[in-house]
Design a protein around this ligand. Structure first.
Ligand code: SF4
Length: 449
């Protein structure tokens, strides 16, 4: 539970020496409580007070990292129940599970297909975070061999799944030491499982089906055994059950600051789903509602695109729109006589327009103005995409040095600024382009002269 300003004050030296930059210890305490100052600014704070303050300021949901050589997954550290309250910080890791009893060549091909998947949205690469290997065979050697095959194919984070600690230990020996997630640790196996995880510096998945008290007790036991990097599986496998338990766990961690359950959550949407479509729906629910690790049982590029796009949308900070850098962008090797279009630096706007211009196959220049990441109409309404700003961008990015004409195409949605822009850019011909990006190719082919 965070401490109040007065509670923090009681832990400070109370000498009012001002060395922290504040006039009194109380003022400093108030700033600490508001998270506007750092405790290290006071050189006289005791070790005891430091520990108390650090414990109180620890995040209510622990950050867990799954390692990889070229990519890592960080989950947890969330602070709000609803994205609009602030933002969600660490997007869930999306994994695909493979069974260890597949023939090696088939396993290799399957993993190859999963890790080769990559798509792009608003300038960001979207891909599967890693592979989970399930000990379906029940054999430790088969499991270890499958882990080795997967690791040889990809250096992305892995999850090793078996209730047999000996199989987990054998798998860890082949995993490559990249700090995977292993488990599940249950009431029956947690001691051995914790031992194996601790020895490999791995995170541990703790499972207690539907019983949160048992889940909390297990997590505490595992922590006491020396593994603090924990992911919880409350064992629900229905849409309703998962939503109810995940929400309850998130509330307990954030609202009650209940540390034994303050860990990221794992979802297995394929278990309990009657079809692939149901699995995707359950995965989408887990992405939207508090899943930290989402392990799918099937891989389909179209479904993966949907899930990763959903994840991107939910985990984008609503107060910080994704932006591209203002400037002049070239498409299809433009020449001085090629058309010049202008729009804002909101990523979705840029990539919609850029995609259409590129797809037209026609050379063009695209001037991107700094509209603080807003879309065309929003920016115009907020005074961030007006004639003055566009004219300034034309000059700032030396547009006249690149083209041999004085024509500029503005988005059809802001046709109203054409007159003002002609005043700001004397001698220029301001053309009103399409309202929708999808109509740009036709405009460039049939209207632009
Ligand atoms: S430096 Fe420490 S002791 Fe001095 S005023 Fe600030 S909080 Fe108080």
């Amino acid at each position: 539970m965070p401490l109040s300003g007065l509670e923090i004050y009681k832990l400070l030296p109370k000498t009012n020496c001002k060395e922290c930059g504040f006039p009194t210890c109380l003022a400093f305490a108030m700033k600490l409580a508001a998270k506007q100052a750092d405790l290290s600014a006071c050189p006289y704070v005791s070790e005891e007070a430091k520990q108390a303050l650090e414990a109180a300021s620890a995040p209510p949901i622990r950050l867990v990292t799954l390692g990889g050589a070229d990519h890592k997954v960080e989950v947890g550290n969330e602070t709000v129940l609803f994205r609009h309250e602030k933002t969600f910080f660490h997007q869930p890791g999306v994994f695909v599970r493979v069974p260890d009893n597949l023939p090696a060549a088939e396993l290799e091909a399957k993993v190859g297909e999963i890790v080769a998947f990559k798509t792009e949205r608003v300038g960001m690469d979207l891909f599967v975070d890693g592979i989970a290997v399930q000990n379906v065979s029940g054999n430790a050697d088969t499991f270890a061999q499958a882990v080795a095959t997967v690791r040889a194919k990809t250096k992305r984070p892995m999850i090793l799944l078996s209730e047999n600690p000996a199989a987990i230990a054998a798998g860890l020996a082949k995993e490559g030491g990249l700090a995977p997630l292993v488990g599940p640790a249950t009431a029956q196996n947690w001691q051995e499982m914790a031992k194996a995880a601790k020895a490999a510096n791995a995170s541990i998945l703790v499972r207690a089906d539907g019983d949160l008290s048992a889940l909390a007790e297990l997590a505490e036991n595992v922590k006491a055994a020396g593994v603090e990097s924990i992911v919880l599986d409350p064992g629900a496998r229905t849409l309703y059950g998962n939503l109810a338990l995940f929400t309850q766990l998130r509330r307990l961690a954030l609202k009650k600051n209940f540390r034994p359950l303050g860990y990221p959550l794992a979802a297995f949407p394929g278990e309990g789903a009657g079809s692939f479509e149901e699995e995707v729906v359950a995965a989408a629910q887990a992405v939207a509602k508090y899943g930290g690790i989402v392990v799918l049982d099937h891989f389909d590029p179209a479904a993966m695109y949907i899930l990763l796009t959903l994840r991107l949308n939910i985990y984008t900070d609503p107060q910080k729109p994704i932006q591209v850098s203002p400037g002049v962008y070239e498409f299809n090797a433009p020449k001085p006589e090629s058309p010049l279009l202008v729009t804002t630096n909101f990523s979705l706007t840029y990539f919609s327009v850029a995609g259409e211009v590129e797809a037209s196959g026609l050379p063009a220049w695209l001037l991107i103005t700094d509209a603080e990441g807003m879309s065309v109409l929003t920016a115009w309404a907020a005074g961030k995409f007006d004639a003055e700003r566009i004219a300034k961008a034309v000059k700032a990015f030396n547009v006249p040095d690149r083209i041999n004409h004085k024509k500029i195409v503005i988005p059809g949605l802001v046709a109203t600024i054409s007159g003002e822009l002609e005043e700001e850019l004397p001698g220029w011909d301001v053309r009103v382009g399409p309202r929708e990006a999808v109509d740009i190719p036709s405009y460039l082919k049939n209207v632009w002269k």
